[in-house]
Structures are given as structure tokens and as C-alpha cells.
Design a protein around this ligand. Structure first.
Ligand code: 6PG
Length: 238
């Protein structure tokens, strides 16, 4: 694993830096392998990056979009991560509909939809039993409780090692989420973190010793590159 930690002046600087890194990776990977697989984060931090991505000239037909987690709501609900990314970005570029792979939330049963998405990913990546796909990039955020994706502290989702997708829980609300082993298989994991309210979580994530079940982002140790992009508020104590 190669780890990169950058504290940038503000949110706009994070947008510019992450945009540069992502566009470079997309262009290089598509040139080398003809495809780029990207999983998006939800929440508020990545939205300006998605808006900036919508202004780029990229090989959209070669880019496949996934989500690292999804609230268990209909895709037209305000809290939907899919809805946020479509409005900010995906509805504004000529990416084929078949290249967009949202987490399903329509079965009325989060576990059934997790199984369904697991099958969708296994088919797309043509995986054998027990295999995990290596996404080219996974974007993640950090909650002020150090959760990432929908891997929340002291939840069963943190222990899942034999699945790609599982059900996370936030305040009894189900969510679908990438599992730790799926995230850690990635070529590149990029955390985008803003706000002073994240300082305590960051301190525990970067501490020499702390319980990963209490600070879940400590589990994220990808095979490839690990990028941490902070604004000054979030990264003040690094
Ligand atoms: C979600 C996200 C979640 C998010 C963090 C940080 O569905 O909410 O995937 O993990 O990245 O909660 O959210 P902010 O960027 O809004 O601080």
C-alpha cells in the first residue's frame, strides 16, 4: 500500500486536487486497459467534486460507476446517494445508462437487495467463488464517528469478510455498503474529508493504537494507493 496524506486550504482545494488525481487516473487507466471502474461516496463533501467532473471531457463510454454505499431509500428520495450523484454529475454527461450500477433499494428488504447487488457485481466483474474485484478507484468520506461508507462503529457489517456487499445500520436505518475486503481490494481508495467536526475521528484513525471496531476507517488498508485529502479544519491535528 502507498499512502498519501494532504492537508489543503479548503473544500475548493480538495475539489481541485481530487479532480486532478481522478481525471489523470481515468485517462491513464482507460488508455492502458480500456475501462475505469469508480465507486462514489455519498454525503455532502463529494458533491462539488461530482459537479466538477460533469465539466470534464472524458471517455464516458469507458467509465463504470458504482456506489460504495446507499441509504435504503428510493432513488428519488432527497437522501439518496444515487440521486445526489445523478443530479450533480451523471445526468449531465453522455455516460451510457448501462455504465451506471446503482445499489438496488426496491425490494423492501435490504438483505435481499444486498444479495442482488452482490450478484450484479459478480456478473459484471466475472468473478469466481471467493474472488473480490479490484475497482480502479473508490471514493470515501468519514463521519464524525469515524464511519466510512456505511460501515458504522460496533456493527456486524465490520466483520463481514466473505461478501462484497452487506447491510449496514445507522440509527436502526438500514443501508447497503461495500464490505471491508471489497474496499481493500481497490487499486486506489481516496478519502475526502472536510470540517472541524471530523478532527477527533481523524485523530483516532491515525493514532498508533485504537480499536477499529470503534473507529471503522482504521480497517481501510487497500492493496493499492490510499489517499487522504483533508481541508485545514479536518486535518488540523495531523
Ligand atoms: C453517506 C456516506 C458517508 C459519508 C460520511 C461523510 O452515505 O452518508 O457514504 O459515509 O461519506 O458520512 O459525510 P459528509 O461528506 O457529508 O461529511
Amino acid at each position: 500500500m502507498q499512502k498519501f496524506v494532504e492537508v489543503l486550504p479548503d473544500r475548493q482545494a480538495i475539489v481541485e486536487r481530487s479532480l486532478f488525481l481522478l481525471v489523470e487516473k481515468i485517462q491513464r487507466t482507460v488508455a492502458e486497459r480500456g475501462q475505469f471502474t469508480l465507486a462514489l461516496a455519498g454525503g455532502s463533501t463529494p458533491k462539488p467534486l461530482y459537479e466538477a467532473m460533469a465539466t470534464q471531457e472524458l471517455p464516458w463510454d469507458k467509465i463504470h460507476i458504482f456506489w460504495g454505499d446507499e441509504r435504503y431509500v428510493a432513488p428519488d428520495e432527497p437522501e439518496s446517494n444515487q440521486r445526489m450523484a445523478r443530479l450533480a454529475w451523471l445526468d449531465r454527461v453522455p455516460i451510457p445508462a448501462s455504465n451506471i450500477h446503482p445499489m438496488p433499494t426496491g425490494a423492501g428488504d435490504a438483505a435481499a437487495d444486498a444479495e442482488r447487488h452482490e450478484a450484479e457485481l459478480r456478473a459484471f466483474f466475472q468473478l469466481g467463488a471467493g474472488e473480490f474485484p479490484r475497482l480502479d478507484a473508490i471514493l470515501l468520506g468519514i463521519g464524525d464517528d469515524a464511519h466510512t461508507a456505511s460501515l458504522f462503529p460496533q456493527t456486524a457489517a465490520l466483520q463481514v469478510r466473505d461478501r462484497l456487499i452487506t447491510v449496514g445500520q445507522k440509527d436502526e436505518q438500514p443501508r447497503l455498503t461495500f464490505t471491508v475486503p471489497l474496499i481493500n481490494q481497490a487499486e486506489c481508495v481516496m478519502f475526502l474529508v472536510t470540517g472541524a467536526n471530523k478532527q477527533d475521528a481523524i485523530a483516532q484513525i491515525f493514532a498508533p493504537e485504537a480499536d477499529a471496531f470503534t473507529y471503522p476507517a482504521r480497517f481501510i488498508q487497500p492493496q493499492g494507493e490510499l489517499w487522504w485529502l483533508f481541508d485545514e479544519a479536518a486535518g488540523a491535528n495531523l
